[in-house]
Design a protein around this ligand. Structure first.
Ligand SMILES: NC(=O)c1ccc[n+]([C@@H]2O[C@H](COP(=O)([O-])OP(=O)(O)OC[C@H]3O[C@@H](n4cnc5c(N)ncnc54)[C@H](OP(=O)(O)O)[C@@H]3O)[C@@H](O)[C@H]2O)c1
Length: 287
């Protein structure tokens, strides 16, 4: 197995190092901007040595993960004299491999290995990495190495081309980050009837878990429930009136998401075109 090194010992770097070590990969070297971060990673990974430069990590490793924040990846890669027998990989979801051009020009293989997952801290990241989907950008033989790692982590993988990355990442933002925003908006509404945000979040959790389970188990579009799926115009009218009166700042979001939900309801087959048109009229932005 290839000797692995890390430049950047934050959430993803540390969690990936721990998991790769657990899979039997020799994780031999780490450098981070702050020595304490590198020491923290090394303390969780037997035989991993802390170095005082990214060059020393590169010299000790065959496969180097650059797990700095996105804005520093290109800069960090340019600090190193890479060799043709090495591979350099970043974990950014938005950036392509072109930010590794410096390493590519020096003959190293370059790739991207993005865990399509949300990591709030190291412990949670160690738990959540297995079973994730991984977006891979690389050519052979690095591609096969990254596929092996994804499979060993019990994950699926998808291969992306350089032009795919930005919309791939926008999709992740919609599915993950904006889901958080939607829960925040829902908890704001609970405060109009006197329930605090933490209590509201707790109360909504079973509904959220049920929704996620239905998406996974029943699938789109049949997992859609609620007034738009049923074509329930009266209920939608009441929502709009109440929002206009008590939470007008949410009206445009409610309308837009409702409009986006109508085609899902149509695909589910519970509403006909006439009812869909009535709902579109009701939800259209007010002039
Ligand atoms: N968090 C997520 O949910 C998630 C999910 C998928 C992919 N990713 C990707 O994973 C990568 C890392 O993200 P993260 O969440 O792990 O970030 P993070 O927790 O902020 O960790 C980044 C680490 O890099 C170190 N660092 C910063 N600048 C550096 C430099 N110039 N040289 C060396 N080390 C440097 C940091 O500093 P110190 O040494 O001072 O601590 C920190 O330990 C990013 O490309 C991100 O897009 C993140």
């Amino acid at each position: 197995m290839v000797r692995v090194g890390f430049i950047g010992a934050g959430t993803v770097g540390t969690a990936l190092a721990v998991r790769l070590k657990g899979l039997g990969y020799p994780v031999v070297a780490v450098y981070s901007r702050t020595r304490a971060s590198a020491e923290n990673l090394a303390s969780q990974v037997d035989s991993c040595q802390v170095y005082d430069s990214s060059q020393k990590v590169a010299d000790a490793s065959q496969l180097v993960f650059v797990t700095t924040p996105d804005d520093f990846i290109e800069w960090a890669v340019k600090q190193v004299q890479w060799h043709p027998d090495q591979a350099v990989v970043h974990c950014s979801g938005a950036a392509s491999t072109d930010i590794l051009e410096h390493a590519h020009l020096l003959g190293a293989q370059v790739g991207a290995f993005h865990p399509l997952q949300t990591f709030a801290n190291v412990a949670q990241a160690i738990d959540n990495i297995p079973g994730s989907t991984f977006a891979l950008e690389a050519e052979s033989p690095l591609l096969e190495t990254l596929q092996e790692i994804a499979q060993a982590l019990e994950g699926n993988w998808v291969r992306l081309g350089p032009g795919d990355k930005v919309l791939y990442h926008a999709a992740a933002v919609i599915a993950c980050n904006y889901a958080v925003t939607l829960v925040k908006l829902a908890t704001d509404l609970w405060q109009t009837f006197g329930v605090s945000a933490p209590e509201a979040t707790r109360a909504l959790m079973p509904l959220l878990r049920g929704t996620v389970n239905n998406i996974g188990n029943v699938g789109l579009p049949h997992c859609l429930t609620g007034p738009i799926a049923r074509g329930d115009l009266g209920t939608i009218k009441k929502h709009l009136e109440a929002l206009r009166a008590k939470a007008p700042q949410l009206l445009s979001t409610y309308r837009e998401l409702g409009l986006q939900t109508i085609p899902v309801a149509q695909a589910k087959g519970r509403i006909d075109e006439k009812r869909a048109e009535e709902m579109r009229f009701l939800l259209a932005p007010s002039p």
